[in-house]
Design a protein around this ligand. Structure first.
Ligand SMILES: C[S@@+](CC[C@H](N)C(=O)[O-])C[C@H]1O[C@@H](n2cnc3c(N)ncnc32)[C@H](O)[C@@H]1O
Length: 259
């Protein structure tokens, strides 16, 4: 597999790649652990914006808490799935650089698996504008926790296809750093969790990663076949029909001192 250098153009193409996979995304991507969602939200929150909401993986968990949710997502195909799956959300087609929300109108802004796609300077200015005094930004990333050798093998195949390193935050950093945000005002937490997945689920989930979706067909099939082989071999070794897929949700929250 030949992977080109990771350029801003490739980053931008990947950020826009999700709509073509909207149904698969909804079917195969994971939810988020409840304790992580609770940790991100300020006490007494009522109105929350989920930005880069995708098909609503986080939106649904917010609605389940009785919150009023504005789900902001630039891709029309993702918005269509979100509106179908979560009709109670106020779904808006927009980007993080121009939030369709009034000044000081939200108790919290949350972002699931999407902060790395945003133009950070504009997004931070918009989040400051829409948050009420005392409001909070919460970020969450589900990360594969390669504690098991088979997961390390799958991640190595995945990393090769991605073409650049992604640090797995499997312990809390001494200094919390997130692009665009003031380090001294950030807090972080980790929430380990496990799903039971079969080979089809591991394969299908990987196929919803933007860097995998954008591979040439033959390269994508080769990668997914290699992953399926690793997962199937481990299941045969264990004599099971599913495997525990270990993950850790890395969360950061920011309560701006001055709004
Ligand atoms: C990996 S998906 C995460 C979706 C959802 N938050 C979740 O937790 O499943 C990343 C999402 O960010 C969206 N996105 C990309 N660029 C964006 C931007 N500039 N502003 C807002 N959302 C953006 C994509 O369209 C995609 O739906």
């Amino acid at each position: 597999m030949t992977v080109p250098d990771y350029t801003p153009e490739i980053h931008a193409r990947r950020a826009r790649a999700f709509g073509a996979l909207a149904e698969e995304y909804e079917r195969w991507r994971p939810r988020y652990p409840d304790d992580a969602v609770d940790w991100m939200l300020p006490q007494g929150a009522r109105e929350v914006a989920d930005v880069g909401a995708g098909t609503g993986k986080l939106t649904g968990l917010l609605l389940a808490r009785g919150l009023r949710v504005t789900a902001v997502e630039p891709d029309p195909a993702m918005v269509a799935v979100l509106s179908r799956v979560h009709p109670a959300a106020d779904a808006r087609q927009a980007g993080a650089d121009a939030l369709p929300l009034g000044d000081a109108s939200a108790d919290a802004v949350v972002v699931g698996q999407a902060w790395h796609w945003f133009p950070h300077e504009q997004a931070v200015a918009e989040i400051r504008r829409v948050l009420r005094p005392g409001g909070r930004l919460g970020l969450i990333w589900n990360q594969v926790w390669p504690a098991e050798p088979w997961q390390t093998e799958v991640e190595a195949l995945n990393a090769r296809a991605r073409g650049h390193e992604v640090d797995v935050q499997d312990e809390l950093p001494d200094v919390v750093e997130v692009e665009g945000l003031p380090t001294e005002e950030l807090e972080a937490a980790l929430f380990p969790w496990t799903e039971l997945l079969d080979p089809a689920a591991v394969r299908s989930r990987l196929a919803t990663y933007s860097h995998v979706a954008l591979l040439a067909d033959a390269e994508r099939d080769e990668l997914l076949d290699q992953v399926t082989t690793v997962v199937s071999a481990e299941m045969t070794r264990r004599g099971t029909s599913t495997l525990p897929f270990r993950q850790v949700a890395y969360c950061v929250r920011w309560t701006p001192s001055a709004l």
